[in-house]
Ligand binder design. Structure first.
Ligand SMILES: [Zn+2]
Length: 218
């Protein structure tokens, strides 16, 4: 019976495994949905309106007035301290530190050219340089930076930046998906991993048939 050269077989197998691994690695950073909401909220409350912070310190709408004539550069999504904060798209963490008014905050650079910022966190689960996939938990809601006031409702300060311009994230967040979306992401990734694993295993067991192009031996 003619068998495929074991050395060649091993080399091809390793090559294929690397390609599959690379494919899985790249796939895990694909965006599966338009946008994942950075903190989950119940759309059945207030007819689907966003849980925008409103308290005696001010309100959290995009462009809301701030002291010194400044305008609010993001939106404040009211959420309890400790609520998981998720990456809205896949990308690379370009900053994760405790700094100034933002307090503990994470900045992610995305392939679409936008940068997302998540501020006033109580905990950060990622470090600078790390790649994160869409929907991954990158930290927890907190009251760090200029959100430390007792009278200020705990919230996630969220910004979308293109170059030096701040975009209004409202419609993105309204159209985004939250818990059900991240569950969907996990299902898709798990299915892909299972399919690729099965195909790889089948190849390893069967090998490939000898042909004129493929080196074979008796
Ligand atoms: Zn804010």
């Amino acid at each position: 019976m003619r068998r495929w050269s074991s050395g060649h077989n091993a080399a091809v197998f390793i090559g294929l495994a690397c390609l599959a691994g690379l494919g899985l690695y790249e796939l895990s950073f694909t965006n599966y949905v338009h946008f994942v909401t950075p903190v989950a909220f119940d759309r059945t409350v207030s007819s689907g309106a966003l849980p925008i912070r409103f308290d005696e310190m001010g309100d959290g709408y995009f462009g809301a007035p701030r002291v010194g004539g400044r305008k609010h550069r993001g939106i404040d999504l009211a959420a309890a301290v400790g609520t998981p904060v998720r990456a809205v798209w896949s990308g690379r963490v370009i900053k994760a530190m405790d700094e100034g008014k933002y307090g503990e905050h994470v900045r992610i650079q995305h392939a679409n050219g936008l940068v997302s910022i998540y501020a006033h966190l109580s905990r950060m689960h990622v470090a600078t340089g790390r790649r994160v996939r869409q929907g991954a938990v990158i930290g927890e809601v907190g009251k760090t930076g200029n959100a430390a006031y007792d009278t200020m409702v705990s919230h996630l300060h969220f910004e979308l930046v293109r170059g030096d311009r701040r975009l209004n994230p409202t419609s993105y967040v309204e159209e985004g998906i939250s818990e059900e979306g991240t569950a969907f992401l996990r299902t898709v990734v798990r299915r892909y991993v299972a399919d690729a694993g099965t195909a790889l295993l089948a190849f390893a067991v069967r090998g490939r048939p000898c042909t004129a192009e493929v080196q074979c031996e008796e």
